[in-house]
Design a protein around this ligand. Structure first.
Ligand code: EPZ
Length: 421
């Protein structure tokens, strides 16, 4: 298994291109199941999760061609020849559950494996299922699979989510585009990835209003057509790389970055003493002084501070001047990066969903273990600032969500390489 070696202490300078959003692409791709016409996605990220979604869609009978070295995905599901999403694929990637709504809406039946939990939490899909039941689906959970039927098709309904769920909003939104009548999603997720999905579905002929707000209204149509759609910039990759110059000094321009993707995050960076400015090509980021200020962070659904940037922010705060408190309100077990950062000399106390970080002058390089996607990149960031060498193992977690991380960081001056372990 590959490892990534980082030798810290070098300030960064230059530009980093930001790719299309993994979490937008993973919901845009299943949208192909809603239509017999071709769907072309441009600005697609080249990630192992995209390959997994490709494998899943192909197993259902869709065709997915990866063009221009993966930056363009040409999808078409002229006919769905298999209506079962197998556990052996679904267990590798939870976003697989997003084939349920589209397949049920178009075909009237679907069998999808329940995704297992994952490192950061149990991550049930009850909200996805309740939304589809409200739209008339009959669901039977057995042998670890959801057996879903909608004889006569789905019907429009009012779906009030008890709390915000990105995936459940996406599944319900896609299903509602072909339901008979009007669907209203209340307490819907407002993430940019939802807005991106709605804009793509609208190009395919869907009638949608309100995306980006807590209430989305969809008028069902009989069929959808094809579309060509650019995947929105990845705000989590953007935020991750904004923290690189913040943590080890220098100035970096993130190509494709826009402030409206990272509002709450930028406000926190400003509080910590990091300057962010918009340029014609993206965002420029530099640390104001030699050491960042301690800040408190609470993760919330968009437009709040993203849970997917909590681990990376903790890496920055490990060397802040003072004590920071991070409250993780979205997932029940998302501090697994803390013990690894502690191996590098960080002072972190975790109690339930709250982590208290007492800043230290300098971290020290050490062998550390990646546990989940965002935790692994927080260890890379910590390594950029640490004295000596950090060896990150199990980097396959990283490759799920970050294109060529060592190449992008080396291009701005980091001493980083990938080795075969
Ligand atoms: C999406 O996951 C993202 N994944 C996650 O990114 C992200 O952390 C999360 O949204 C929150 O922003 C993709 O888009 C592929 P949720 P999702 O439904 O949809 C609970 C990454 O690192 N919940 O908004 O699964 C759930 O357990 C990944 O790129 C239920 O209880 O997140 C969690 O505690 C990690 N029942 C909370 O709600 C449900 O039916 C929010 O989950 C659904 C969710």
């Amino acid at each position: 298994m590959d490892q990534i070696l980082v030798r810290g202490g070098r300030p960064l300078s230059g530009t980093i291109p930001i790719a299309g959003a993994k979490n937008a692409c993973l919901t845009l791709m299943p949208a192909t199941l809603l239509s017999e016409e071709p769907l072309t996605l441009t600005n697609a990220p080249r990630l192992s999760d995209i390959a997994t979604m490709t494998q899943l869609l192909a197993s259902l009978g869709a065709e997915v061609a990866s063009l221009q070295s993966g930056q363009v995905l040409a999808l078409s599901s002229h006919a769905i020849t298999n209506h079962t999403a197998d556990y052996d694929i679904v267990r590798k990637m939870r976003a697989s559950i997003l084939v349920l709504g589209p397949m049920l809406a178009r075909e009237g039946h679907a069998v999808v494996s329940l995704p297992g939990g994952c490192a950061i939490g149990a991550r049930p899909v009850d909200l996805h299922l309740k939304a589809l039941e409200a739209m008339g689906a009959e669901l039977d959970l057995r042998d670890g699979y959801v057996h879903a039927k909608a004889s006569g098709g789905l019907k429009g309904a009012v779906v009030a989510f008890p709390f915000v769920s990105v995936g459940a909003t996406e599944n319900a939104l896609m299903a509602a585009t072909l339901a008979k009548g009007t669907t209203v999603l209340k307490n819907a997720a407002r993430e940019p990835e939802i807005v991106d999905l709605a804009q793509c579905l609208r190009k395919m002929g869907a009638h949608i209003e309100g995306e980006g707000t807590s209430t989305i209204t969809i008028e069902g149509v009989d069929r959808l057509g094809g579309a060509t759609h650019p995947v929105v910039t990845d705000r989590i990759e953007l935020g991750t790389y904004m923290l690189a110059p913040a943590i080890c000094g220098g100035e970096v321009e993130l190509l494709g970055g826009r402030l409206n993707l990272v509002g709450a995050f930028v406000a926190k960076l400003d509080e910590a003493g990091i300057d962010v400015s918009e340029t014609p090509r993206g965002l420029k980021v530099a640390r104001r002084n030699g050491r960042v200020n301690a800040v408190n962070v609470v993760t919330e659904p968009f437009p709040g501070f993203p849970t997917d940037l909590q681990a990376q922010m903790m890496a920055l705060l490990c060397t802040a001047d003072g004590v920071s408190v991070l409250e993780e309100r979205i997932f029940e077990n998302r501090f697994m990066h803390a013990p690894e950062l502690t191996r590098m000399g960080a002072k972190i106390d975790v109690h339930g969903g709250t982590a208290t970080v007492t800043g230290v002058e300098r971290l020290r390089g050490a062998p550390v273990m990646a546990t989940d996607l965002r935790a692994s990149v927080s260890l890379i960031l910590a390594g950029l600032a640490a004295e000596g060498e950090t060896v990150v193992s199990r980097v396959y977690h990283l490759d799920r969500g970050y294109e060529r991380v060592e190449e992008k960081l080396r291009a701005v001056g980091a001493d980083i390489e990938r080795v075969q372990a």
